[in-house]
Design a protein around this ligand. Structure first.
Ligand code: CTP
Length: 406
């Protein structure tokens, strides 16, 4: 997406990891979107990527050494860190993390970092055992305390063939994170508010049995997180889940169980500027909840008498007072994705519908990935190609931001 609001300067530090080659795609996306980029490549980074290819794509200088007579004088470590709006280290190796955590200044990259007065984003890339190593985890915690911002690492198959956390986030995800970071600056003092529903609901039949579904709540949680990162004061209303989530600055978590509770929490959260309904709300609940446990010896056959739950999305969309400026619904479909989702959008009176294909088991429920179409009332369609749920969330938040700023 071409973005005219932003013309920012990025100082990109390329560390020595196999993921370095992916950084070329990132440079391409940043250039296409008017970012100016200067690059430092570490000594080991040069083993994986040539300065020449970086120059060709960034159309700018590549810095290599601390005491390079060609560099110093023209732009030293202080001047470089003052020149940029943001520093990105990708890939960030375990060695670079250790250097930054110790505050060392033993090469050009670590000297610039030590002298920096700008936000620093790290995109780690390393083997899963290296990532989980207690020394590295201690460095990680230290760097968070020092206010470094992390992008990833992701979970997946690594170049070495092993599987786990440590994979560098995709160039797309790094790009969207940077873009959303700059968007958040435009948001200052706007006081935008967001409401996100997520996860399943539980409809109890008796004190121990319930109807529910497989939703993990992950996609909704990621949306709440990325809206919050952009600058929205966000409420996440989430059904039972096993995610590791806590309140953060301007991100309030409201835990609910039934659709009824989710509905009440949503109403209490109004007014908001945007409401995203990512929850997989149980469509039906028991008509006769039993206060005591249903005993099998009392029944030879047992049929459930169910009634429809209130449609929270539809109710909020049809509000006259307090209707959010933008209401986004989710649709899980197995066929005729666009047509069915558009029909659903119209019947529920929302503004956008995000639809995914639940027949594809590699995305959606219980997967870390998703692939969705975003459909508007007048049938504009944007496809978000298969990506991590966090990347999909960042792209959606980016769209929401642009829509509210219009
Ligand atoms: N939704 C809601 N309250 C309900 C049911 C659904 O807010 N009681 C919201 C969901 O959060 C989601 C959208 O409505 O944003 C999904 O609608 P739904 O009709 O449940 O879609 P599907 O699950 O795809 O339903 P169907 O099986 O009928 O296609």
């Amino acid at each position: 997406m071409k973005n005219s609001i932003i013309t920012k300067k990025i100082l990109l530090i390329i560390g020595g990891g196999i993921a370095a080659y992916k950084v070329l795609d990132l440079i391409r996306s940043l250039k296409k979107n008017n970012y100016e980029i200067k690059t430092i490549v570490t000594k080991s980074g040069k083993e994986f990527i040539t300065p020449l290819s970086i120059v060709a794509l960034s159309q700018n200088k590549v810095y290599e050494n601390l005491f390079d007579p060609n560099n110093e004088g023209e732009m030293d470590h202080i001047a470089l860190s003052r020149w940029c709006d943001l520093i990105l280290v990708a890939p960030t190796t375990a060695n670079l993390m250790a250097n930054f955590a110790r505050g060392e200044a033993n090469d050009f990259a670590s000297t610039v970092i030590l002298a920096a007065n700008k936000p620093i984003f790290l995109a780690p890339a390393m083997n899963v055992e290296m990532w989980n190593n207690p020394a590295n985890q201690e460095n990680y915690k230290k760097l968070i305390k020092f206010k470094y911002k992390f992008i990833g690492p992701d979970q997946g198959e690594m170049a070495c063939g092993e599987f786990g956390v440590g994979k560098m986030s995709s160039p797309d995800e790094i790009f969207t994170t940077i873009q959303n970071f700059f968007l958040s600056k435009n948001f200052l003092n706007k006081n935008f508010k967001a409401l996100v529903t997520a996860g399943p609901t539980r409809e109890y039949l008796d004190p121990v049995r319930f109807l529910s579904n497989e939703s993990s709540g992950k996609q909704g949680f990621e949306i709440a997180k990325s809206l919050n990162e952009i600058g929205f004061k966000t409420k996440l209303i989430i059904g039972p889940n096993s995610l590791d989530i806590k309140d953060q600055d301007n991100l309030e978590i409201i835990n609910v169980s039934s659709a009824e509770e989710m509905f009440e929490a949503c109403k209490e959260s109004l007014p908001v500027d945007v409401a995203v309904f990512a929850a997989a709300v149980a469509d039906f609940k028991s008509k006769n909840y039993k206060k005591n446990k249903i005993k099998k010896q009392d029944h030879e056959n047992f049929s459930l008498d169910l009634e429809k739950n209130i449609d929270i999305l539809q109710f909020i969309s049809k509000q006259n007072i307090n209707r959010p400026k933008l209401v986004v619904g989710f649709a899980a479909e197995t066929e005729n994705l666009i047509e069915n989702a558009h029909k659903k959008l119209l019947s529920k009176h929302c503004d956008w519908m995000v639809v995914n294909n639940v027949a594809d088991k590699s995305i959606g429920f219980n997967s870390d990935f998703n692939e969705v179409f975003l459909i508007s009332k007048n049938k504009d369609i944007v496809k978000f190609d298969k990506a991590s749920k966090s990347e999909i969330a960042k792209r959606l938040s980016n769209k929401i931001f642009h829509s509210l700023m219009q």
